[in-house]
Design a protein around this ligand. Structure first.
Ligand SMILES: *[C@@H]1O[C@H](CO)[C@@H](O)[C@H](O)[C@H]1NC(C)=O
Length: 167
């Protein structure tokens, strides 16, 4: 996680944070378990099993910081591609990114993250690797939003949405 510097416009009108959520949206036919790792001082979040038959919304304390990864049914519980979230953080904004720091080869679990309402900005890739995920400790790839509800896509496939390319 590395704070982007271009968040001034968001800060100017940041909404008060309310309960935060991530909606897990599975794009293929694989069942996965999502495991959460909280930063020190944050509440533990129970793992949850998700699949493509429905979206699963997980609710977080409104200033929760940590990450999560997905493990396919039958696979060993090993951290891979991470979804990192920092709710109600600096100036009340939500910071998030998809991080390949732990395992860049985990290419079809956590895919893309974006705010549930605006869909922008987006972090992550339809096909890894791409230049929109966090690969190195000094990558400036952390996204910020006023929204506190995020979507995280999982698995093979892409969402029918053309994201604005941000550089
Ligand atoms: C999951 O949420 C997305 C975005 O709102 C929606 O397009 C999709 O149809 C949902 N999937 C299911 C299985 O409800």
């Amino acid at each position: 996680m590395h704070f982007a510097t271009s968040v001034a416009t968001l800060i100017a009108s940041a909404a008060l944070s309310s309960a935060a959520t991530v909606n897990f949206w599975t794009l293929d036919n694989v069942q996965r378990t999502i495991y959460f790792t909280c930063n020190p001082g944050n509440a533990d979040i129970a793992s949850v099993t998700v699949d493509g038959s429905k979206n699963t919304t997980v609710t977080f304390p409104d200033t929760w910081q940590g990450n999560f990864y997905a493990v396919k049914e039958g696979d060993a519980n090993v951290p891979g591609m991470l979804g990192e979230v920092n709710f109600g953080s600096w100036h009340g904004l939500t910071y998030f990114d998809v991080s390949a720091i732990v395992d860049p080869n985990d290419k079809d679990n956590v895919k893309q993250m974006f705010p549930a309402e605006s869909y922008e900005p987006m972090s992550g890739c339809v096909n890894f690797p791409c230049n929109n995920a966090y690969y190195l400790p000094d990558d400036i790839q952390t996204k910020a939003t006023q929204e506190s509800d995020l979507i995280c896509t999982l698995g093979s496939g892409s969402v029918a949405h053309t994201f604005t390319e941000e550089q």
